[in-house]
Design a protein around this ligand. Structure first.
Ligand code: KIV
Ligand code: ZN
Length: 545
């Protein structure tokens, strides 16, 4: 058996399905580029049947990330996968979306647990076997690389799974992904499940890859994935920061760093450049508005912080006393002092290129203007500052409303007041002044008065990108639409209208960063409504897990 574990990233599909994680096409493309740069083997770029926008986003990723760079045909390109329910229309759309990649994959699924078959699918086990056989064969008629997932495998009867998976192999599946869809199993159970599948599935052979896809409802996703790998799985389905439906998916950084740090235990390799974890984690957090908890393993702000005196003392004596990984191995504390006020355009272009951002001349001009503006206020500009600027400047959704100006007065001597100037979609300038309980409240009230899109602010987070009093402030927010017509809508429209959207903004002035983050989230919400992006549902209109 191979000692290589393929990393299948589903940040852009299962991850993007989590509330508020909606990303724009430009953001998805940038995340896909980052995943490719870090060595991800398979990128699940989305669920093309969800909406024409989703299909288009996957198609772009397949073309732009799923092919080696022009003039460098020998560079490895990741496989690009598209998810499809087990029906012809979904499979057609998935193929349409991924076929431009050098290595396309169709990933199709159907539930196999008694609970799902009876209550959700309303299908007999025999019908499920039949459908799997037909739809895997249908997918295989387009694409040589077909993955099949028996949804809710963690609660399925293993004997039935062997039959279904045997049929999938017979019909041409090359990867069998075993999802613990509701995060129900324990590591021991999941080990036995994978072990049983390896040993008892009819037709199992060396060319079939067994994959694990675990959810974190009981906090066991990483432990279960690793148990499955120990039982013979050679593909792990993961997301950056563990984002995903409900409590999330298995986190890539946890699985990969466990395999690396405990190499003598597993004796397995991955192709991931782990020094990119901190950067990509920040990128995904900024684009989705989903903060990483400070004590999150590997990428949390405290993952390498030592507070207790005894620990600090130990660390000063030797780093290995309290650190099992080196921070630099996951991209924390890398040399970051890069640029200042006197750095030129060429230096900025080179620095951004080394961080993976290749800008055209017009984009470089914009980035340079932002950089100079920041350099006037901040002495040393780090990679993290540049990342925040790039996210703020280039990966915003198409501007519906744009912040043109902001003036606030606050303090203890009067009522906090904000005057906001926005350019609207019709290019008309709107000014509005509001009072509030504080400067952010006043600013958001003024924005609300102009944008007139009722919504609830669910979360507001501000943090400094780097240390120091002149640090760039980064704000992430999550907002939920609150529409008056909500009560009279059908379930599908209601699901869309109550979706959560994340926003991000960066500036040395945190009130400006707050305004940008809020407008960013509102723009996403407005675009999703007007372009009719549909929520992702399964065959029966149930939101997907
Ligand atoms: O959790 C799950 O079952 C899934 C499948 C679609 C693979 O995400
Ligand atoms: Zn899932």
């Amino acid at each position: 058996m191979s000692n290589y574990v393929k990393i299948f990233d589903t940040t852009l599909r299962d991850g993007e399905q989590s509330p508020g994680a909606t990303m724009t096409s430009a953001e998805k493309l940038e995340v896909a580029r980052s995943l490719a740069r870090m060595g991800v083997d398979i990128i699940e770029a989305g669920f093309p049947a969800a909406s024409p926008d989703d299909l288009e986003a996957v198609r772009r990723i397949a073309l732009e990330v799923g092919n080696p760079p022009k003039g460098d045909p020998n560079t490895k390109a990741p496989t690009i996968a598209g998810l499809a329910r087990a029906n012809k229309s979904d499979i057609d759309k998935a193929w349409e979306a991924v076929k431009g990649a050098k290595n396309p994959r169709i990933h199709t699924f159907l539930a196999t647990s008694a609970i799902h078959m009876k209550h959700k699918l309303k299908m007999d086990p025999e019908e499920v076997v039949q459908r799997v056989s037909e739809m895997v064969a249908y997918a295989r008629s387009f694409c040589e690389d077909v993955e099949f997932s028996p949804e809710d495998a963690g609660r399925s009867d293993p004997e039935f799974l062997y039959v279904v998976l045997g049929e999938a192999i017979k019909s041409g599946a090359t990867t069998l992904n075993i999802p613990d869809t509701v995060g129900y199993t324990t590591p021991n159970e999941f080990y036995n499940l994978i072990d049983g599948i390896v040993k008892h599935t009819p037709g199992m052979h060396e060319g079939i890859t067994i994959s694990v896809h675990t959810h974190d409802d009981l906090g066991l996703a990483t432990a279960n994935a690793l148990a499955g790998i120990q039982a013979g799985a050679r593909q792990a389905e993961v997301t950056i920061n563990g984002i995903g439906e409900r409590a999330g998916n298995t986190s890539m950084e946890e699985v990969v760093m466990t395999l690396k740090t405990r190499h003598p235990v597993f004796n397995l390799e991955t192709g991931i450049d782990t020094t990119q974890f901190a950067r990509v984690s920040r990128l995904v957090s900024n684009y989705t508005g989903i903060m990483v908890q400070p004590n999150k393993a590997i990428v949390g702000a405290n993952a390498f912080a030592h507070e207790a005196g005894i620990h600090q003392d130990g660390m000063l004596k030797h780093q290995t006393t309290y650190e099992i990984m080196r921070p630099e191995d996951v991209g924390v504390n890398q040399t970051m002092l890069v640029m200042g006020k006197h750095s030129g355009r060429a230096a900025l272009r080179a620095r951004l290129a080394s961080m993976g951002h290749s800008l055209d001349d017009e984009e470089l001009n914009k980035a340079f203007a932002r950089f100079k503006e920041l350099a006037d206020r901040k002495k040393v500009i780090t990679d993290a500052d540049l990342e925040a600027l790039i996210a703020d400047e280039f990966y915003r959704p198409r501007d519906v409303f744009h912040l043109e100006g902001l003036q606030v007065s606050c303090g203890t001597l009067g009522m906090p007041t904000a005057t906001v100037r926005l350019r609207g979609p019709d290019q008309v300038i709107h000014d509005f002044a509001s009072l509030g309980t504080g400067p952010v409240d006043a600013t958001y009230k003024a924005i609300d008065a102009i944008v007139k899109t009722p919504c609830k602010l669910l979360e507001f987070n501000v943090h400094a990108v780097t240390e120091g009093i002149d640090a760039l402030g980064e704000v992430t927010v999550r907002v939920q639409s609150e529409d008056d017509g909500h009560q009279t809508m059908d379930a599908q429209s209601e699901a869309m209208y109550s979706r959560v959207f994340g926003g991000h903004g960066a500036d040395t002035d945190i009130i400006v960063a707050s305004a940008k983050a809020y407008i960013n989230a509102l723009n996403k919400l407005i675009i999703a409504r007007t372009e009719g992006a549909q929520p992702v549902t399964n065959d029966f209109g149930v939101m997907l897990g």
